[in-house]
Design a protein around this ligand. Sequence first.
Ligand SMILES: Cc1cc2nc3c(=O)[nH]c(=O)nc-3n(C[C@H](O)[C@H](O)[C@H](O)COP(=O)(O)O)c2cc1C
Length: 350
Amino acid sequence: MAAPLTLSDVEQRAAERIEPAWHDYFAGGAGRERTLRENEEAWTRYRPRQRVLAGIERVDLRTTVVGLDLATPLLVAPAAYQRKADPGGEVSMARACAAAGAGLCLSTFSHAAPFEIAEAAPDLPRLWQVYVFRDRGITDELIARALDAGFAAVVLTVDLPVLGSRDRERRHSWHLPADELPAMRLARERGLGGDDLEVIDPTVDLAYLERLSTTLPVPVVVKGVLEPEDALRVAEHGARGIVVSNHGGRQLDGVVPTAEALPGIVDAVGDRLDVLVDSGIRRGVDVAVALALGARAVLAGRLPLWGLAAGGEEGARTVLELLRDETATALHLMGVAAASAVPRDAVRRE
Ligand SMILES: Cc1cc2nc3c(=O)[nH]c(=O)nc-3n(C[C@H](O)[C@H](O)[C@H](O)COP(=O)(O)O)c2cc1C
């Protein structure tokens, strides 16, 4: 039997099991990969403060994000093509999330259709990530399918009008197998040609956000905000939440790591938006730091993907449970009783 997974060895285990070209797709970043590297490191620039004699029996991890109740402040980030990490793909990921008390954000470019997630994990808090297609009727139809399947919020990703410059992907002369994806099959049926990145509409703007926010019966969260001005603009155009994200270092290389961007954005928006964050989260203490800096919840991208690749549903569940338990441990040792109320002074900038 293989040794139990730990958060520090899961990436290596995954690398041994994923086909090399796909490993480059999952692991890689844009350009010099400076932002990719700094994302992880930036969380460690904040030191948690150890507070004693706080008299806490057990940390309460529950929180609420855009009206959605979560058992933990953790969500799995939208990531395309999860069957390339493990044949169980997003269905296994959904079951793992349900077992660990995490929410799931399903990518437009997922292998599994929304109804398959609903069948596999009916009670799972789930959000649908939107890439806007050049034919916006297709996007409307995809959103309708997700809402029918009980997805309770829409996450509009705005940091990918075009694909970042990614050397590791360019080195492989493959195209992403778009025909494996339900969203792309629908696009083909509706006569929209091109591969999955060519179908994305680069002209999405604030008016589109406003249309979504005013017409959908569910809250809209905007993913990929790094500047306070943009956070304020999306709040004015109807967003209920944002994800402070640099897409895991995969888009504009050199932009700030999210741990640096988060506090200024939280200060700017106050309670106008629920602020979430991702990019570089690898340990529970990173989650605790993010909560102290004002995030209501954290999305993890590659970490659960590595778990899925290393051990299928069980691997993803183990990773999410470890992340959850480490978060509780860190908060306990910081003298914080509830994930929904972590004070800013629970951490200190180095
Ligand atoms: C392999 C991979 C595929 C991704 N696919 C999507 C996607 O389809 N939609 C999206 O909004 N973000 C996508 N992202 C970005 C993630 O949602 C998230 O922002 C990022 O992975 C967070 O950084 P981390 O991997 O360091 O946790 C993807 C990331 C990776 C690593």
